[in-house]
Write a protein that binds this ligand. Structure first.
Ligand SMILES: Cc1ncc(COP(=O)(O)O)c(C=O)c1O
Length: 429
C-alpha cells in the first residue's frame, strides 16, 4: 500500500495550496502556544502548573447533570433521532423553541425561534459572521470588523478569509485600588470609518476578565445603530449561561445586536454547540451558511440541554454550581496574588467575569513572550499577552507587559504557578 509520505521526499513536488489553504495553514504564534500547552498537559510533569488554556473547569456536580442527561437520552426514543438524523441547518427545532421561551421569560426580549440559529461552537459562529459581513465586497471595497476594546479574544485574529479584515482600538486604562486596573472603551478615539461592517466585543472578555459596563455597551449599541452596522456581542461567558459574571450587568438584545452564546463554558466544549441570536435576516444567513458548510450543526449538545433548560434546571446549574465554583476559585487566586505580588509593580485587571486573571507587569525588563519561555522551563504555563493585542501598534510597551492566567484549574497548580511567576518576576525586576 502506498503511504502519503512515500511521495513526500525532498525532490517531490511541494503540496500546492490555494490562498485559502495557505492562509489557514500558516504558522501562528498562538497555534504554536496551543501545541506547547497540549504537550505540557500530556507530559504530566509533577511540577506542572497549567494556567494556560481556555478550558473550563471540570466541575463534578455539573458533569453529573450532563451524565444524567446523557443516560436518559441513551434510553429514550429520542436517541435514534439525535444521533441518527441530521437536524435542519438552523439547528434542533425543539431546543431553539425551549431556549426562546426561556430567554423571553428571563429577559423579555420578544424573540422567536426564528431568531435563533445553532452552529458547531462560537468559533464557528464567528467564522460565518465575520466573513459574511466583512471582507471583499461585491463593489470591490473591503469591509472590516472593528474590536472597540483591545486586548480581545485571540480566536478572532485569524478567522478572516480576506487579509487585513480586522481593526481594533487601544483602551483607556483606569487605575484602581488593591493593585488593580480596568480597561475602558476610548470613545474619543472610536471613529467608525466607512469600511467598518460590524463592531464586536467579548463580554466578559477573554483574556482580561473585563465586563464592559452597561453604559459603555449602550454607547457602543448607539454608535452601531447610528452607523447602521450590527453590534456583535460574544457572550460565551455571559448571561444567562454560564453566567460567569461577578457583578450586576444587563445583557441587551434587539434587532441590531447579534448575541453569540455557547455551551462550552458551561462545561461542554466537546459538544461544539454555538447559539446565535439575531434578527431573522441574519438567522437565515447563518442557516444557509451552515447548510453549505456543515450540512447541519451538532445535535448532541442541544439534546443534552433541552430538558435542563425547559425544566429550569439550568438556573440551578449556573447559579448554584457554576457561579459559586468560579467565585471560590477567584477568591483563592486573588488571595494568592495579594500574598505573592504585594512587593511587585504588577496590577491585575479587575476580574469581573470569565476565569482569567490578566496581569499587567509595568516596566517588565523583558517581553511577556520571553517571560513565557522562561516560565516554561519551570513547567509553568500562562499565555503571554502579545497575541491578544491584534491590530494594536506593537510599539506600545503595554502590549508586551501582560500575561493571561487561567485560575479555573486545581488550587495546587494555581498556587504553584503564581509562586513561580512571582519568584521569576522578583529576579527580573
Ligand atoms: C471569548 C470567547 N469566545 C468564543 C470562544 C469559543 O468558544 P466555542 O467553544 O463555543 O467555540 C472562546 C473560547 O475560549 C472564548 O473565550
Amino acid at each position: 500500500m502506498l503511504r502519503y509520505n512515500q511521495f513526500n521526499s525532498a525532490t517531490d513536488v511541494a503540496m500546492k495550496l490555494s490562498k485559502f489553504g495557505q492562509k489557514f495553514t500558516r504558522e501562528s504564534g498562538i497555534h504554536q502556544l496551543m501545541v506547547d500547552l497540549e504537550e505540557a498537559a500530556a507530559s504530566q510533569h509533577p511540577e506542572l502548573a497549567m494556567l494556560g488554556g481556555g478550558n473550563p473547569a471540570s466541575i463534578p456536580a455539573a458533569q453529573q447533570i450532563f451524565a444524567n442527561e446523557m443516560e436518559s437520552l441513551l434510553s429514550s426514543k429520542g436517541f435514534g433521532a439525535t444521533v441518527g438524523l441530521y437536524d435542519g441547518p438552523q439547528g434542533a427545532s425543539e431546543f431553539r423553541s425551549v431556549l426562546c421561551d426561556y430567554l423571553n421569560e428571563k429577559f423579555d426580549w420578544g424573540i422567536k425561534p426564528t431568531n435563533i440559529s445553532l452552529t458547531n461552537g462560537s468559533q464557528n459562529s464567528f467564522f460565518y459572521l465575520f466573513n459574511a459581513l466583512a471582507g471583499d465586497m461585491p463593489d470591490g471595497s473591503r469591509k472590516r470588523i472593528l474590536f472597540p476594546l483591545a486586548p480581545e479574544y485571540v480566536g478572532y485574529a485569524d478567522a478572516g478569509l480576506a487579509e487585513d479584515m480586522f481593526r481594533s482600538r487601544r483602551p483607556k486604562i483606569e487605575l484602581l485600588g488593591r493593585q488593580q486596573f480596568k480597561y475602558r472603551v476610548d470613545f474619543d478615539n472610536l471613529n467608525i470609518d466607512d469600511d467598518i461592517a460590524a463592531l464586536c466585543l467579548s463580554r466578559p472578555t477573554n483574556p482580561t476578565g473585563n465586563v464592559v459596563s452597561n453604559r459603555e455597551l449602550e454607547q457602543l449599541n448607539q454608535l452601531a445603530s447610528a452607523h447602521d452596522i450590527p453590534l456583535i456581542i460574544d457572550n460565551a461567558y455571559g448571561q444567562p449561561f454560564p453566567n460567569i459574571i461577578h457583578n450586576e450587568v444587563v445583557t441587551p438584545w434587539h434587532d441590531n445586536i447579534i448575541l453569540c452564546m455557547s455551551l462550552s463554558k458551561l462545561g461542554l466544549p466537546g459538544a461544539r454547540t454555538g447559539i446565535v441570536i439575531a434578527n431573522q435576516e441574519i438567522t437565515q444567513m447563518m442557516s444557509s451558511l451552515s447548510g453549505i458548510i456543515t450540512l447541519a450543526p451538532n445535535s448532541v449538545g442541544a439534546a443534552l440541554m433541552t430538558r435542563v433548560i425547559k425544566d429550569g434546571e439550568i438556573d440551578h446549574l449556573t447559579e448554584e454550581i457554576i457561579k459559586p465554583f468560579y467565585e471560590a476559585k477567584l477568591a483563592t487566586a486573588l488571595q494568592l496574588i495579594d500574598h505573592h505580588f504585594k512587593e511587585l509593580p504588577i496590577r491585575i485587571h479587575r476580574p469581573d467575569g470569565a476565569f482569567f486573571l490578566w496581569m499587567w507587569m509595568d516596566g517588565l525588563p523583558i517581553s511577556s513572550e520571553a517571560l513565557y519561555q522562561r516560565l516554561k522551563t519551570k513547567h509553568v504555563y500562562a499565555i503571554p499577552g502579545e497575541a491578544f493585542f491584534m491590530g494594536i501598534d506593537p510599539s506600545w510597551e503595554h502590549t508586551r507587559q501582560c500575561l493571561r492566567i487561567n485560575y479555573a484549574q486545581s488550587e495546587e497548580q494555581v498556587a504553584r504557578g503564581l509562586a513561580a511567576i512571582s519568584a521569576m518576576l522578583k529576579t527580573l525586576y
